[in-house]
Write a protein that binds this ligand. Structure first.
Ligand SMILES: N[C@@H](CCC(=O)N[C@@H](CS)C(=O)NCC(=O)O)C(=O)O
Length: 327
C-alpha cells in the first residue's frame, strides 16, 4: 500500500496537532492575545478571626493539598515551620490525568473530585477547582483558596496551638520588606515559570524567560549578603520562593523550558535551597516523585508521551549545609 507523501503527512499532522494543542492550552492556561499566560484570580478569600464567621480553633480546619503543587506546598511548609501538624490536618488529592482535575484519595463528603466539593460548598461555582483549599470542617465551607492568604492565616490565627510558638514568619517590622520580595518573586519567579511553560508564542516565552532569569540573578546577589531574603530569619517571602526553587531543576528547567541555568549552579541560590530544605520539618513536605508525576504525567499538552524523566540527582539538598541561624 502506498503511504501518504511524507510532506503531506507532516503538514496534516502538524495542522491537527497544533489545533488540538492550542485548544487544550487555552483551557489549561488562559492567555492574552499575545500568548502570555494569565492566571485566574482565586475566589474564596475569607479569614480566620476571633469574632468572624471562622474563629480560630484546633482540629476544625483542614488543608486540601496535592503534593506536586507549589502553591499547596507553601501551606505545608508554613504549617510545618509553625508546628501546626496537630491542629490542622491534611486532606490529600491527586491529579486525574484523564479528567484534568484533582480527585480525593478517598471520597470526601461524598465527593470523588475537588470540583464536586467546590460546587457542594458553593452551588453554581464555575471557576477553577484549585489547591490549596483551607476547609472548615464544622460548617463545611471553603474559607480560602488562595495560598498567599492561607500562609498568612496559618502564621497568625493558630498561635496557641503551634508547637513552635516563637516562630513568626510575617513579623510587623519586616512586613514591608516581605511584601516587596513577594511582589518581585510572584510575577517573575513563582508565576514566571508558568509563564514560560504555558507561553503560547515565542515572544511570550522570550519575555517570561528573560524576566525569570533577571529576577533569579538579582535574588542570587541578594542572598550573597544574607542567609534569607529579609535577613537572618526565615519569613513568608522565603517560603514562597522555596516551593518554586524546589521544583526548578526537577520540572521547570526541562518541562517548562526554564533552562538557561539550574538552581544548583547558582553560587547562593543553590546553598539557600539546601538551607531551606533542611529547616526542621521542611524535607517532610517535599515529595519529589509526586512533583515529577504531577507535572510530567498530567500536563498532557506539554508532554504527550507521559514519560517521566529519571533525573536529576538532588542529593546535594541533603548534604551538610553551612551553619546559619534557622528559625
Ligand atoms: N493562586 C492560587 C493558584 C493555585 C493553583 O493554580 N493550583 C493548581 C495546582 S498547582 C490547581 O489546583 N489547578 C487546578 C485547575 O486549575 O483546574 C494559589 O496560589 O492558591
Amino acid at each position: 500500500m502506498a503511504g501518504l507523501p511524507p510532506g503531506l503527512l507532516i503538514r496534516t499532522a502538524k495542522l491537527v496537532w497544533t489545533t488540538l494543542w492550542q485548544t487544550m492550552m487555552g483551557q489549561m492556561a488562559p492567555s492574552s492575545k499575545g500568548g502570555d499566560y494569565q492566571r485566574p484570580e482565586s475566589e474564596f478569600r475569607q479569614r480566620i478571626e476571633p469574632e468572624g464567621a471562622f474563629p480560630p480553633a484546633a482540629n476544625r480546619y483542614q488543608l486540601i493539598v496535592g503534593m506536586g503543587c507549589p502553591w499547596a506546598h507553601r501551606t505545608l511548609v508554613t504549617r510545618s515551620l509553625k508546628g501546626l501538624e496537630g491542629a490542622i490536618s491534611i486532606i490529600p488529592v491527586v491529579p486525574s490525568p484523564d479528567e484534568g482535575c484533582w480527585v480525593f484519595e478517598t471520597p470526601f463528603r461524598d465527593c470523588r473530585t475537588l470540583p464536586e466539593l467546590y460546587r457542594q460548598a458553593q452551588p453554581g461555582y464555575g471557576g477553577r477547582a484549585t489547591v490549596p483549599v483551607l476547609w472548615d470542617g464544622q460548617s463545611a465551607a471553603i474559607v480560602n483558596n488562595e495560598s498567599a492568604d492561607i500562609i498568612v492565616i496559618l502564621n497568625e490565627a493558630f498561635g496557641e496551638w503551634g508547637t513552635r510558638p516563637g516562630v513568626d514568619l510575617y513579623p510587623e517590622a519586616l512586613k514591608a520588606d516581605i511584601d516587596q520580595w513577594n511582589d518581585r518573586t510572584y510575577q517573575a519567579v513563582n508565576n514566571g515559570v508558568y509563564r514560560c511553560g504555558f507561553a503560547q508564542t515565542q515572544a511570550a516565552y522570550d519575555r517570561a524567560v528573560s524576566e525569570l532569569f533577571d529576577a533569579l540573578d538579582a535574588i542570587d546577589q541578594a542572598l550573597g549578603q544574607r542567609p534569607y531574603l529579609c535577613g537572618d530569619m526565615v519569613t513568608l517571602a522565603d517560603v514562597r520562593l522555596f516551593t518554586t526553587l524546589f521544583r526548578f531543576d526537577v520540572v521547570y528547567y526541562s518541562l517548562f523550558k526554564c533552562n538557561r541555568r539550574r538552581i544548583q549552579d547558582y553560587a547562593h541560590l543553590g546553598p539557600y535551597l539546601r538551607r531551606m530544605y533542611q529547616l526542621p520539618g521542611v524535607a517532610e513536605t517535599c515529595d519529589i516523585d509526586a512533583v515529577k508525576h504531577d507535572y510530567y504525567g498530567n500536563l498532557f499538552p506539554l508532554n504527550p508521551g507521559g514519560i517521566i524523566p529519571s533525573g536529576p540527582d538532588l542529593a546535594y539538598l541533603k548534604a551538610p549545609a553551612e551553619a546559619v541561624s534557622s528559625l
